[in-house]
Design a protein around this ligand. Structure first.
Ligand code: GLA
Length: 384
């Protein structure tokens, strides 16, 4: 990716870039739709990364190009936020400006191995890599917390997807071979070694409405919190509702708010337990919690879809210890935790064949199946 981004930069801008940075995509082992409710998440970075290379440009302007389409765009970064990926770059530039970490203008080329729309957080990989490269061009090294904040605000405040902090946090803070347990209300985190083998099954299903469904869910969670404050005036966050009292939500909320709160409250508890199980190497328990999480996403949060349900069901029947959608949902990918019964390559191949066959029968095409290895976080890259 680095070589590709550099070659593109040279071709389009007829000179060499001066700074480069890369950042990974992510999968989330468990803890979805908890981050913006103040709960925990347990993501890990993928080996697939986005690389941004930059050089000085005309003050007030951004000239940007992506290896996806090689079309150069010229944008004023203090003007309207454009649609498409340029919106992220403009958002990042404005956030950097607010921290005295923006160059006056820039030329930028990106290349990415993170698939778009698969729920693997291509947007955070883009925002983090661009932020790190542009700050470098301005001669500033941002501390990790500031880098997370710049990338998060670019997406949340400027692009308008009201996301939580999970994706940007893992993209910045990931450690190879580890998952990250992040408590989103406090920002406290801990790296946990990932034992066990995780497969990623990309269903190829992409929903245009994912961003609007996401914002709608977030609004429903906020409405549930307001409603619950009628009984518990001191309740600060939806994730603070004790899991032991989840059943009592039925008396206080009606659908769809009941379902949204049920998911957030139980998922918060599951994620903390799952992190404990993972650190003790109790993978069978971990897999059960993944299954329960998928069921909660499906039934209560209604963010699954038939393709995701088919893959999780088939994987479990084929002997997986756990399977769940990963990320926001509404299409995208499933994570499969393979148990030791599948430790031999032949058995794993059989499971892959079973999933592929079932999927092909239902959808007339194959899903993309790969092994996920937890990769490292954002870093500076060489430009030569
Ligand atoms: C998207 C958002 C994250 C998080 C997940 C769901 O990836 O960007 O902040 O809310 O969805 O867990």
């Amino acid at each position: 990716m680095r070589a590709q981004a550099i070659a593109l930069f040279r071709e389009v801008f007829s000179r060499v870039p001066t700074h480069a940075a890369s950042a990974p995509g992510r999968v989330n082992l468990i803890g979805d739709h908890t981050d913006y409710n103040g709960g925990p998440v347990l993501p890990m970075a993928t080996m697939e990364r986005t690389v941004a290379v930059v050089g000085p440009g005309e003050a007030g302007w951004l000239q940007i190009v992506s290896a996806r389409d090689s079309v150069m765009q010229r944008l004023r970064w203090d003007g309207a936020v454009p649609g498409g990926w340029g919106g992220f770059v403009v958002g990042v530039m404005r956030e950097l400006k607010g921290r005295n970490a923006a160059p006056p203008g820039a030329c930028l080329a990106v290349a990415s191995a993170v698939p778009v729309g698969a729920g693997l957080s291509s947007s955070a990989a883009l925002a983090v890599s661009v932020a790190r490269a542009l700050a470098g061009l301005a001669g500033v090294t941002l501390p990790p917390a500031a880098l997370v904040d710049v990338a998060h605000r670019a997406e949340h405040d400027h692009v308008g997807v009201r996301c939580g902090i999970m994706d940007q946090s893992i993209s910045v803070r990931a450690r190879a071979g580890h998952a990250l347990l992040l408590e989103c209300a406090t920002g406290r985190y801990r790296h946990i070694p990932v034992r066990g083998r995780v497969l990623l099954v990309d269903t190829g299903v992409r929903h245009d409405l994912a961003a609007s469904s996401y914002n709608e869910r977030r609004a429903e969670c906020e409405a549930a919190l307001v409603a619950l404050r009628h009984w518990e005036p001191g309740l600060a966050l939806l994730a603070d509702w004790p899991a032991a009292r989840a059943r009592s939500l039925r008396r206080m909320l009606k659908p769809p708010l009941l379902g949204r709160a049920m998911h957030v409250v139980t998922e918060t508890d599951r994620t903390r337990t799952a992190a404990q199980r993972l650190s003790r190497g109790r993978l069978r328990d971990f897999g059960r919690l993944m299954n329960a999480s998928h069921e909660s996403c499906r039934r209560w949060f209604e963010c699954s879809d038939p393709a995701l349900d088919l893959v999780t069901r088939t994987a479990r029947r084929a002997g997986a210890w756990g399977a769940r959608l990963t990320g926001a949902g509404w299409g995208g990918a499933v994570l499969v935790l393979t148990g030791p019964a599948l430790a031999s390559a032949a058995r794993e191949r059989r499971m892959v064949t079973t999933i592929t066959t079932a999927f092909r029968r239902a959808y007339g095409r194959d899903p993309t199946i790969s092994v996920v290895q937890p990769g490292p976080g954002a870093r500076r890259e060489r430009v030569m």
